[in-house]
Structures are given as C-alpha cells and as structure tokens.
Write a protein that binds this ligand. Structure first.
Ligand code: FES
Length: 101
C-alpha cells in the first residue's frame, strides 16, 4: 500500500503541517531536514497535539513528546509511551505513507 501525504517542499522547516490521513490527522514536519509523519494523537487520551519548538504538546492535559523520536518527556501520558509514526518513503518530491511493500 502506498498513499501520498504531501509534497516535501510544502513541509515546513519549522513547525508542522497537518494533513488528513483517511479521516485522521497527521503532522508532517522535519527533523534535521528529514521529513517525518506522526499521528496527531496524544498517548494519554488521544488529544490533539501542537508542535512547539522540538516538542509536541497536547492541548488537553499538557503531555509533551520529543519530536525527534516521539518519546513522552512530560505530563500525564505513560512514561514509556511514544507517538505513532507512519512508515514513509519519498518518491519524486512526494512523501508517501507505505505499508507492506
Ligand atoms: S489527552 Fe493528551 S495529555 Fe491528556
């Protein structure tokens, strides 16, 4: 399965761009220039996340996650929890979600 998430040139160097992914929300952003895609879902109770500097912060109860690896760094989400990254590949300047290839 392969599904386009967005053009790489439209992913900001600072902050993130939120796109629809089969009715769910995904953040596209870059770490050291490399595009990443992560579900806009807090690991506490599923609240929406905002990217702030190099962290994702939950709007509901303030959980914080490291944007580089998704690891929870503060707040009420379980200490070992980690955000859900999508497996991706770039082809012709488009970032694709890929699965099972
Ligand atoms: S749902 Fe995100 S901190 Fe509670």
């Amino acid at each position: 399965m392969k599904h386009p998430l967005g053009k790489v040139e439209e992913i900001p160097d600072q902050g993130s761009k939120i796109v629809d992914f089969f009715g769910r929300s995904v953040h596209l952003y870059k770490v050291d220039g490399k595009p990443k895609a992560v579900a806009n879902t807090c690991m506490h109770f599923g609240g929406p996340l905002e990217m702030n500097d190099c962290k994702f912060v939950c709007a509901w109860h303030g959980a914080q996650f490291d944007a580089s690896n998704g690891q929870r760094v503060d707040g009420p989400a379980p200490s070992q929890s980690k955000l859900m990254f999508l497996s991706t590949r770039i082809e012709e300047d488009v970032l694709y979600y890929v699965w099972g290839e």
